[in-house]
Ligand binder design. Structure first.
Ligand SMILES: [Zn+2]
Length: 396
């Protein structure tokens, strides 16, 4: 690490582990101050050496269970192995986004970044306690207070939403205006709607996780087709029926299957100016860098039952081009993390299987325990939330 031997004029960072990354140079230069520069560069050097020699240098650190918090630990490990999000935290880039705004509360993002920094740079291989982070997530989403069994996918949504709000690049949201894009071609309309979304919601979290779904409504009477574009943070896939096992593609096809809206559900046709029987179909207009697929194993009615169907999903080359609205050139994904739920609705346990972004090896994260695993063990009927990375955005 010769570049780190240079002396930078920096203030002593409060969280030294973050400074163990050379890409901080710029950040450090920006925040100029004369104090402690030599001290920091020596300290940084030490930290790097320590980190290199420990297991934790590779993010292989367990998280303590704080009383039924396995749902949280499972999701945190999946996010910790999401390399662009991890790097955002390790480079301290979130600070720039926080600092650009005079926000009253930025504690959730701060604690999340601090936790990831500890997981990736701590010199100890001891399990880390996420209690400070948990305090903050509870402030944001009080429903995660207490020690009840929670749903990992719901937790993921709350967490990403909370992080996004604290690093949203939009500080003043434009006043809502009713613009009519209906005269435009679908592709153009999709782009306009996406830009409109970014005018309000624009963050690193959106860059990474958010895609755009197109729903097309076709009138059975006159054939008029109207389209609606909506951002999505994940896709909740119904589990296809089948004997023994079903494939992830079966679930995707079920999710995008043409649906008939009739009876009370009849929408008003724009051309007929009357309520008509319509067909509705989803396609993906914009594929996100990270695609989160949630397998709907739990019944929506108060989680009273669970489907333990084995869903066969590909580890590599999940090709979703058939679900694209346009002839999209890039819709091939590779799996890098899975949040698993074992057991029943009454008593269950969450773990995570993650592929380490540095080594490409798979590990089981079971609260405080981290153990290597074979990639052939990743697929199981416990798989609940799947994390896929767009092939071209992968560094590996
Ligand atoms: Zn019509």
């Amino acid at each position: 690490m010769p570049s780190m031997r240079q002396s930078y004029t920096v203030t002593v960072p409060e969280e030294p582990p973050a400074a163990a990354f050379p890409f901080l140079k710029q950040e450090m230069r920006r925040k100029g101050s004369m104090s402690g520069s030599m001290l920091v560069s020596t300290f940084v050097g030490l930290l790097i050496n320590q980190a290199k020699n420990s297991k934790s240098a590779q993010g292989l650190v367990g998280l303590k269970n704080l009383g039924n918090t396995c749902f949280m630990n499972s999701i945190l490990q999946c996010l910790s192995n999401t390399h662009s999000l991890r790097d955002y935290c390790l480079h301290n880039s979130h600070r720039r986004d926080l600092n650009n705004n005079s926000r009253t509360n930025t504690a959730l993002m701060e604690e999340f970044a601090k936790l990831l920094q500890t997981m990736w740079t701590s010199s100890s291989s001891e399990a880390v306690s996420p209690s400070e982070f948990k305090t903050q997530i509870q402030r944001y989403a009080p429903r995660f207070v207490g020690y009840n069994q929670q749903d990992a996918q719901e937790f993921l949504r709350f967490l990403l939403d909370g992080l996004h709000n604290e690093v949203n690049r939009v500080t003043v949201r434009p006043r809502g205006s009713v613009e009519d894009f209906d005269h435009l071609q679908d592709e153009e309309k999709g782009k306009k709607m996406w830009n409109k979304y970014l005018e309000r919601e624009d963050s690193k979290i959106v860059d990474v996780f958010v895609g755009q779904l197109k729903s097309s409504l076709t009138c059975s009477h006159c054939g008029f087709c109207s389209t609606v574009f909506d951002p999505f943070w994940d896709l909740s896939l119904p589990i296809a029926k089948g004997y023994g096992e079903v494939s992830l593609m079966d679930c995707m096809r079920l999710f995008t299957k043409e649906d008939v809206l009739d009876g009370d559900e009849k929408p008003t046709c724009y051309r007929c100016k009357a309520r008509r029987r319509c067909t509705k179909k989803f396609t993906i207009q914009k594929f996100p860098k990270i695609l989160v697929l949630h397998l709907k194993r739990f019944s929506e009615a108060r989680r009273t039952s669970k489907l333990s169907t084995y869903v066969n999903f590909p580890m590599k080359d999940l090709d979703l081009r058939e679900f694209a609205s346009e002839n999209s050139i890039n819709a091939v994904y590779n799996l890098y993390a899975v949040s698993n739920h074992s057991g029943t609705t009454m008593g269950g346990h969450y773990t995570a299987f993650c592929r380490n972004p540095n080594s490409g090896e798979w590990y089981t994260f079971n609260d405080s325990r981290v153990t290597p695993m074979s990639s052939s063990q990743v697929r199981s009927s416990d798989a609940y939330v799947l994390f896929y990375e767009l092939a071209s955005s992968s560094r590996m």
